[in-house]
Each structure stands twice: as structure tokens, then as C-alpha cells.
Design a protein around this ligand. Structure first.
Ligand code: FEO
Length: 183
């Protein structure tokens, strides 16, 4: 190679195709999360006495949209192309409040698994910028899993006790869902 030529790889900071695909898959997952929680919010809103749960899921839905937007902006800033995905209709009716929160936890665990895979991929590809970017999501997932587990534990303890459910709905906004709009 002539002395004055720098290898192209040294100049190139763009995302690899594999990382771009992985990040775009995560865009889809965050968009699906936002839709799933929006459906939970809408279901809760037509149940009697679940004003707190309703607001909690509206906020969760907004948060997931923020997660999606952060990914889109990052992909494009790094010279990739974030593709806005098509979405399937989420589950829109639920047999019980307990079932909603079990689904919430299951969903968050799935998202955490997907983020972990992405972190692994970023390391394997030696993409340290993406690895660094993803740390925010690792922390966020730890918080969201903790919130989902806590709320499931509380519901288990409450069982069919109506006054317990009243307090659960009244106090739920103290858990998670506070970060909508946080960038
Ligand atoms: Fe952004 Fe809770 O997944």
C-alpha cells in the first residue's frame, strides 16, 4: 500500500450491516413495547377504578417510544439508516389485572434478552461506540424489570382483597413510568 494511503477501515466509523440490523430489530421491539403498553392502558381505562394503572401504562408506552426514538437517532447519526417498522396489533383485551402485569414482566424480560444479545454483538464486532450507547438500555432494563417484579409481587400478596387493590391503583405511579420524555 502506498505510504500516503490510510486503510479505508481506519476512516470508516459507520455501523456494520450486522449491527445496523440488530439495532433496527431493537427499534421494532421498542415500538412493539410501546403499542403493547398502549393497549394495556386502553384496556385499563375502561375498567372501573383503575385510573392509576391506566396512567402507569400510558406513561410506560410513552417511555418505550422514547427508547425507540433514541435508537433511531443513534443509527442515523452513526451513518446507518433507521427503518421505521410495520407493527402488528398487540393483545388488546386481558382476562385479569394480574394477567396484564404478568405480560408486562414477560415483555420486559424479552426486551432485556434482546438488549443483552445486542451488547454481545457490539463487543464481538468491536463496535465500542454502540456498546457504550447500549449501556443506557442495560440500566433502563434493570429498572424496568425491578418495577415489573415488584408490582407482580404486590398483586400476588393482595390477591382478591379489594382494599388492597384500591391502594395498589392509588400508589402505582410511585413505581416506574416516570421517565417519559427523558432523553
Ligand atoms: Fe424499552 Fe422496557 O423496553
Amino acid at each position: 500500500m502506498p505510504q500516503n494511503k490510510v486503510p479505508l477501515i481506519k476512516l470508516c466509523t459507520m455501523l456494520s450491516k450486522t449491527i445496523q440490523e440488530g439495532l433496527n430489530n431493537q427499534v421494532l421491539m421498542e415500538a412493539q413495547s410501546s403499542q403493547a403498553y398502549l393497549a394495556m392502558a386502553s384496556w385499563a381505562e375502561i375498567q372501573p377504578g383503575l385510573e392509576g394503572v391506566t396512567e402507569f401504562f400510558f406513561r410506560q408506552s410513552d417511555e418505550e417510544r422514547v427508547h425507540m426514538l433514541k435508537l433511531i437517532r443513534f443509527i442515523n447519526e452513526r451513518g446507518g439508516f433507521a427503518t421505521v417498522p410495520a407493527l402488528e396489533q398487540p393483545v388488546v383485551t386481558f382476562k385479569s389485572l394480574n394477567y396484564v402485569f404478568k405480560e408486562f414482566l414477560a415483555h420486559e424480560l424479552k426486551v432485556s434478552g434482546s438488549i443483552n444479545e445486542l451488547v454481545h454483538l457490539a463487543l464481538a464486532e468491536k463496535d465500542y461506540a454502540t456498546h457504550n450507547f447500549l449501556q443506557w438500555y442495560v440500566t433502563e432494563q434493570m429498572e424496568e424489570e425491578r418495577t415489573a417484579r415488584t408490582l407482580n409481587d404486590k398483586l400476588e400478596m393482595i390477591g382478591d382483597d379489594r382494599s388492597g387493590l384500591y391502594l395498589f391503583d392509588r400508589d402505582i405511579l410511585n413505581y416506574g413510568g416516570q421517565d417519559a420524555g427523558k432523553k
